[in-house]
Design a protein around this ligand. Structure first.
Ligand code: UN1
Length: 515
């Protein structure tokens, strides 16, 4: 293993030489199949992880439930205080954890560190929330009666996270879940177990120091079977799943069939629309970041670009210049902007998507190949690509499917209404972005006939949302909301409690039932 990688791992107490335990529920263990964590930039094996065997998943589920039964009685502000300590512990490891994200997932350093920052931010949010998860007092129609709407801890929250945000998305769920008084069981992506182990180590130390059962933050590394066991477990009140539409459909149906609660964060197929009055000095770099940042592997990545005819040539020529000079390579190097795709099979999917564009006679304006440079051969590096398909019909496959790679499809429009129609015509509905300085366009865009996505930005790109607002998408993205806004309300059990303080017991609606 390279010295650089082993230094990062050792500062996070992760051994690269012995097989790591991928299960935690107060104790570390793991006797299931071994997963390898592979660096997508170099192909080197970073470490090996012993995953959860089927019986270990069940034991961990049981331990997590026990932890909940204990933890639910801890007052919310005290839970917030524990979360504050977790926040501090994460912030202290921000650089190393960020570097581990780069090593294991492949995103560039600033984005890896940014992802840890996102976890820190949501912890701050959860700390505040721990003193503000208020219920309500509702006026009763009956004299001497009051109605309380009461939020109580929900139970066990299962978090199934994806490779592309191996830290932050768990963070969104964990921080709210902990503040709400729940225990969480985390099944991370099979290709990013080290991030999950490092985060769980940091959290578990804080929990243990506070005398809280470690299984409040359980971890089961594993593959499909482990995920399925969590999804199917009747003891998991809420399943929060991030991943593909295909798997999300199975998870959603499964959880619904046992009347559990589910949060789905599935595909994104996000568009940016550039009006003729847009400030191109801001819009061009924003589209560049949206489409090339994280090598196009965010749910919120910009995949479609709708350019007004009057600015199309100018915009494309500026964007092409940025694409052609992109600093590609080692995600940990200071100036790199484009890291590798996460896996070899992602490169194949990229190749197939480019091939398909070629068969429909799309104009490949730039990119379309794997890099040939010697220092990039060991990694999964592909050129960021801009394509101008002949067809502008958003129902066509090239427009309607999410390809998790840096491929940007471009079409040219004349009227905003046309662009909004295209924006909305795909199955997915996560993020969208309009560039204009005309307030009338803004009104259309954010109004009833505007973008139907969960994120509707103006002069801000499609990706890189802050934690304060609820994050999530509509339609086939799954309608889930995580992180800020009212998302916390899903992590509690709501009850309406009608209290009678009077000497009579009248019925509602004036119903008379006198024996
Ligand atoms: C994801 O890609 O699954 O808005 C999450 C963003 C990030 C989160 C993306 N804050 O791009």
């Amino acid at each position: 293993l390279s010295t650089r990688a082993s230094e990062v791992l050792s500062r996070l107490s992760i051994s690269s030489t012995t097989e790591l335990s991928g299960v935690y529920d107060g104790q570390w263990r793991g006797s299931g199949v071994v997963q390898e964590s592979v660096c997508p930039a170099t192909g080197e094996v970073l470490a090996r992880v012993r995953t959860a065997s089927p019986s270990e998943v069940q034991e961990t589920l049981a331990k997590t439930r026990e932890a909940y039964v204990q933890f639910r009685n801890v007052p919310a502000p005290r839970r917030g205080e524990i979360l504050r300590q977790i926040r501090e512990a994460l912030a202290a490891k921000r650089e190393d954890l960020g570097a581990l994200v780069s090593l294991e997932m492949g995103k560039i350093r600033t984005e890896g560190v940014g992802e840890v920052q996102e976890f820190v931010d949501i912890c701050d949010y959860g700390v505040g929330l721990s003193r503000m998860m208020n219920g309500r007092l509702v006026a009763s129609e009956r004299p001497g009666h009051s109605i309380l709407e009461v939020p109580n801890p929900l139970g066990v929250v299962g978090v199934l996270s994806a490779f592309n945000f191996p830290v932050a998305v768990y963070g969104w769920n964990f921080a709210l879940s902990l503040a709400a008084g729940n225990a969480t069981i985390w099944k991370p992506s099979p290709t990013t177990p080290l991030c999950a182990i490092a985060v769980t180590k940091i959290i578990s130390q804080v929990l243990e120091a506070n005398g809280v059962p470690g299984a409040v933050a359980s971890l089961v590394c594993g593959g499909k079977e482990a995920g399925q066991a969590v999804v199917e477990s009747p003891g998991v009140e809420l399943v929060s799943f991030t991943g593909s539409e295909r798997v999300g459909r199975i998870v959603g149906q499964n959880v619904a069939s046992r009347f559990g609660k589910v949060i789905l964060e599935l595909g994104g197929n996000n568009a940016s629309i550039i009006m003729p009055d847009a400030d191109l000095s801001l819009a061009v770099p924003a589209v560049y970041f949206g489409a090339v940042g994280t090598a196009g592997q965010r749910c919120t990545s910009t995949r479609r670009l709708y350019l007004h005819r009057d600015v199309a040539d100018e915009f494309l020529s500026r964007l092409k210049t940025l694409y052609r000079s992109v600093a590609v390579g080692d995600p940990l190097a200071k100036d790199t902007l484009l890291g590798p795709l996460h896996t070899g099979s992602a490169c194949e999917i990229y190749g197939q998507a480019v091939e398909k564009l070629r068969t429909v006679d799309a104009d490949i304006i730039t990119g379309g190949e794997r890099y040939q440079r010697d220092d990039l051969k060991a990694g999964n590096f592909v050129q960021p690509t801009i394509a101008l398909p002949k067809s502008v019909n958003p129902k066509d496959d090239i427009w309607s499917t999410e390809v998790f790679a840096p491929i940007l499809n471009v079409a040219i429009f004349d009227e905003l209404e046309q662009a909004i129609e295209w924006n909305n015509a795909v199955p997915q509905g996560l993020s969208s972005s309009l560039w204009t300085r005309d307030i009338r366009n803004v009104g259309k865009w954010i109004g009833p006939a505007g973008s139907d996505a969960g994120i509707v930005n103006v002069n801000v790109g499609t990706s890189g949302a802050e934690i304060g607002a609820a994050f999530g998408g509509n339609k086939s993205t799954g309608w889930g909301r995580e992180s800020g806004g009212d998302a916390w309300k899903q992590y509690v059990r709501w009850s309406a409690a009608t209290l009678n303080f009077s000497d009579a017991a009248p019925l509602a609606q004036g119903v008379s039932f006198t024996p």
